[in-house]
Design a protein around this ligand. Structure first.
Ligand code: NAG
Ligand code: NAG
Ligand code: NAG
Ligand code: NAG
Length: 405
């Protein structure tokens, strides 16, 4: 063939074309691999240095062929053995980084070069464990969170395809108080919580993919902090409240200090103290903050309003952070007995008593004289009065018209 001998193939071909001498044309090689029409699949775990395929070409003239790869990126990943067309992997593949390439291979018969592009698809293997997002995981929930309440969602994703990229969640070990939805990562309360028992839970979430042969898993911590709820009313302590107070105690005298406490242990609130009822004439004052009950006026037992003592109703109110009263309250009664002191002399009901008696009256004769002596003090502290007569005329004053007592 003339063309074989020609020093310049290109020039010869051009000449042949122009001359119309078809019989003398060099026929260029062509690729016979089917993957040029579809794609070439290479698994991402293919080891570097292994052969991934062999380029095949035909040349009708049976010219010796030389294979190659073109392009900067393609040359970094693939090397082609020029004589055999075997393609070697030069760099690790990662489907999750680059899932496909378009690579241009070439074949030359020394007179002409043919290039063709192939679509290389990187095949997935389960080479990624799930990754948790938005860590760290921590949530605060009130102790009265009802059973069944969703409180948190963990989220892990796995870039692998299919089962190897599908994530299931579990607690490891399982928790008696919390459950996790295996598919969606939703954490719910499954048992009543009590701040007074446990203030925090440290759980470990296992996210595992579902690859059948080699599942990969990742662990993450979930901190659940239980907060105290103001769910309990206050209580008065040192009950019952019952006190005696002497009448005429000086105003300001402390009768007693009452104390209520918040039963919520977590962050107990302060208490405000008030008198709800029974405080006749505001004779007592109750300090809002200290709970000290003091005498606020003159306590005269002989005042009928006071003589029976007092039954105060006192109230303790839990105070919010801003010192406003909350609706957690407790009331109790406070009995106060007023102790008499002997501050009243007995009194006759008249300054002068007179009665007319005859001279014939004998000793022991009952005079029609009616005298009442009243002592306002209580029996225990005053004299044994009143006396109500007829008074007896004593032997010391016989013969008088009038008897003076
Ligand atoms: C989980 O995180 C991924 C990545 O941040 C996000 O695309 C996805 O929407 C999240 N899923 C849920 C249920 O929040
Ligand atoms: C996570 O759970 C899977 C499935 O139960 C288990 O095979 C795997 O060992 C667990 N992962 C870890 C880190 O314990
Ligand atoms: C307290 O009262 C407010 C308003 O009246 C109400 O919204 C709230 O639920 C009450 N709290 C409790 C613990 O009873
Ligand atoms: C004093 O009390 C007596 C007994 O109640 C009564 O009979 C008498 O009339 C009273 N005298 C005067 C001056 O009130």
């Amino acid at each position: 063939m003339g063309c074989h001998a020609a020093t310049s193939c290109l020039a010869a071909c051009l000449f042949v074309l122009i001359s119309g001498c078809r019989g003398q044309v060099n026929r260029l090689p062509f690729f016979t691999n089917h993957f040029f029409d579809t794609y070439l699949l290479i698994s991402e775990d293919t080891p570097v240095g292994s052969s991934v395929t062999q380029l095949l070409a035909r040349d009708m003239d049976n010219d010796p062929l030389v294979f190659g790869v073109s392009g900067e990126e393609a040359s970094r990943f693939f090397a082609v053995e020029p004589d055999t067309g075997v393609v070697w992997l030069r760099q690790p593949l990662d489907r999750e980084t680059k899932s496909e390439f378009t690579v241009e291979f070439s074949v030359s018969d020394h007179q002409g070069v043919i290039t063709r592009k192939v679509n290389i698809q990187v095949g997935d293997v389960n080479d990624n464990a799930p990754t948790f997002h938005n860590q760290p995981y921590s949530v605060r929930i009130p102790e009265n969170t009802p059973v069944g309440t969703p409180i948190f969602i963990v989220n892990a994703t796995d870039p692998d395809l299919g089962a190897g990229g599908s994530v299931l969640y579990s607690f490891q070990p399982p928790s008696p108080f919390f459950a996790i939805d295996s598919a969606r990562g939703i954490v719910t309360v499954v048992r009543e919580l009590d701040y007074e028992t446990t203030q925090a839970y440290q759980l470990t979430v296992n996210a595992t993919d579902q690859d059948k042969t080699r599942p990969l898993s990742t662990l993450a911590n979930l901190a659940i902090i239980i907060t105290d709820v103001q769910d309990m009313d206050p209580v008065f302590i040192n009950l019952p409240y019952s006190t005696n107070i002497y009448e005429h105690s000086p105003p300001g005298t402390t009768v007693r200090v009452i104390t209520a406490i918040d039963q919520d242990k977590g962050r107990p609130r302060g208490i405000g103290y008030t008198i709800v009822s029974g405080n006749t004439n505001s004779i007592f004052a109750l300090d809002y903050i200290s709970g000290a009950l003091t005498l606020n006026g003159l306590l005269d037992r002989e005042n009928p309003l006071y003589s029976h003592g007092f039954i105060l109703t006192v109230k303790g109110t839990e105070l919010n952070d801003d010192r406003t009263p909350s609706n957690a309250t407790v009331t109790t009664t406070f009995n106060i007995l007023v102790i008499d002191i002997n501050d009243n002399a007995p009194e006759f009901n008249s300054s002068e008593y007179s009665v007319a008696i005859t001279e014939l009256a004998q000793v022991g004769f009952a005079l029609p004289l009616f005298i009442q002596v009243v002592d306002k003090d209580e029996v225990s502290s005053g004299n044994v009065w009143p006396v109500q007569t007829p008074a007896l005329l004593g032997p010391s004053n016989p013969g008088k018209d009038t008897s003076y007592l």
